[in-house]
Design a protein around this ligand. Structure first.
Ligand SMILES: *[C@@H]1O[C@H](CO)[C@@H](O)[C@H](O)[C@H]1NC(C)=O
Ligand SMILES: *[C@@H]1O[C@H](CO)[C@@H](O)[C@H](O)[C@H]1NC(C)=O
Ligand SMILES: *[C@@H]1O[C@H](CO)[C@@H](O)[C@H](O)[C@H]1NC(C)=O
Ligand SMILES: *[C@@H]1O[C@H](CO)[C@@H](O)[C@H](O)[C@H]1NC(C)=O
Ligand SMILES: *[C@@H]1O[C@H](CO)[C@@H](O)[C@H](O)[C@H]1NC(C)=O
Length: 338
């Protein structure tokens, strides 16, 4: 077991931004959703209840909640199978509280998994877009076909999420002996500012967290099982990542804290804490990334990795700390490894 305290700054050049659309104020009513047909009437209300139902394959369960609304799950929701691009669910609105109440969103990823993720059959991804400013909490995401949660809300606090793709560690009859789940990232942040993700657990086959762009991101007290660890990136061209705090997380392959089933045994995580920049990326900035009190165990490749030539194909490992092919202007400053 390794406990790490690291402060790091990576520099280059900068830009970018986006804003959320305005939403109407919520009406004083309770809207109940028991099928997609109920959504339009329910989403104008201050209180929105989601009952147990099945979303037909090929359709997105979209809630554009009114400002200040509270959405509460009263049952589990299952997403029907269809080979399409998704997403399966989208929540948006300003100052919107989403409380899953411990209920489950069933993605039925096992019906899609072929060991190939984004390069296999078309899979709905991400499973959920959390575009609401406010909060998103207490929900279990079971078997994401591909990426799990894409975060765009600003500001948003995400807590008490269980992403359980543990079944994807096992091969199936379409995966040629490979783990069936692939590219099943836990949380992805692209151009979202002021995001807190905490008290959550992810058991998957790709990054636990991937910050592709954003400012003021806190990832704390989470558990990452199997997968590729906690990542900044991969950083493409013209993006900014600034002020990210990765605190008190555990990256490991065994489940002690979590309500995961004991099945199957999880493979060890490949990486612990990583910053990865695309080999061809230019004009991007990664700065003020602060790692404190993270625990890593059973990592098979790199505990801590700063990769400025991701992914240059097989044989490019280990990655280079100096710019590769002169493609980027990156400096590394103010690193304190403890
Ligand atoms: C957000 O909505 C809640 C009701 O859910 C309300 O009490 C609160 O005042 C709102 N906050 C802002 C900043 O509008
Ligand atoms: C693969 O397994 C699934 C159950 O997960 C089953 O429905 C399907 O018939 C199997 N396909 C083949 C070709 O064996
Ligand atoms: C997160 O978990 C800690 C410890 O279990 C608890 O003290 C804290 O209240 C939780 N925070 C949230 C937002 O759930
Ligand atoms: C980041 O947080 C600081 C301090 O709260 C705030 O001043 C700044 O506006 C935030 N940046 C963005 C892009 O929201
Ligand atoms: C964790 O990984 C190690 C090394 O591969 C393996 O021996 C062990 O069984 C794994 N533990 C769990 C709980 O999956």
């Amino acid at each position: 077991m390794l406990t790490l305290g690291i402060i790091c700054t990576l520099l280059a050049s900068a830009f970018a931004r986006d804003t959320d659309p305005p939403a109407p104020m919520a009406k004083r009513c309770t809207g109940t959703i028991s099928s997609l047909a109920d959504v339009a009437a329910a989403q104008v209300c201050a209180t929105i209840i989601i009952n147990s139902f099945t979303v037909p394959g090929g359709q997105t369960f979209t809630i554009n909640a009114a400002t200040g609304a509270t959405i509460t799950m009263a049952g589990d929701v299952t997403f029907g199978f269809a080979e399409w691009a998704g997403p399966l669910m989208l929540v948006s609105g300003n100052n919107v509280t989403f409380n899953g109440n411990g209920h489950t969103l069933f993605g039925q990823g096992d019906l899609y998994w072929d060991g190939l993720g984004g390069s296999g059959v078309t899979k709905p991804a991400p499973f959920i877009r959390v575009n609401n400013a406010g909060s998103f909490s207490n929900v279990r995401i079971l078997n994401a076909p591909e990426r799990s949660i894409a975060v765009k809300g600003s500001p948003v606090t995400i807590s008490g999420i269980t992403i359980d793709n543990s079944l994807g560690d096992l091969p199936n009859n379409r995966s040629n002996g490979l783990p069936a789940g692939h590219n099943t990232d836990g949380f992805g942040i692209s151009n979202a500012n002021n995001v807190i993700i905490q008290n959550s657990s992810v058991h998957n086959q790709d990054d636990c967290l991937a910050v592709n762009g954003g400012t003021n991101v806190t990832f704390q007290n989470n558990v990452c099982i199997g997968g590729h660890g906690i990542s900044i990136g991969s950083i493409a061209s013209n993006v900014v990542v600034n002020n990210v705090h990765i605190t008190g997380n555990t990256v490991m392959n065994k489940s002690v804290v979590l309500p995961f089933s004991s099945l199957p045994p999880s493979p060890p995580p490949t990486n612990g804490l990583r910053i990865k920049t695309d080999a061809t990326a230019t004009a991007s900035t990664v700065s003020n990334i602060v790692y404190t009190n993270n625990k890593l165990s059973g990592i098979t490749q790199f505990g801590v990795l700063i990769d400025q030539s991701y992914y240059f194909g097989p044989g490019s490992w280990p990655p280079y700390l100096v710019g590769h092919l002169g493609a980027r202007e990156l400096g590394l400053e103010n690193c304190d490894w403890a």
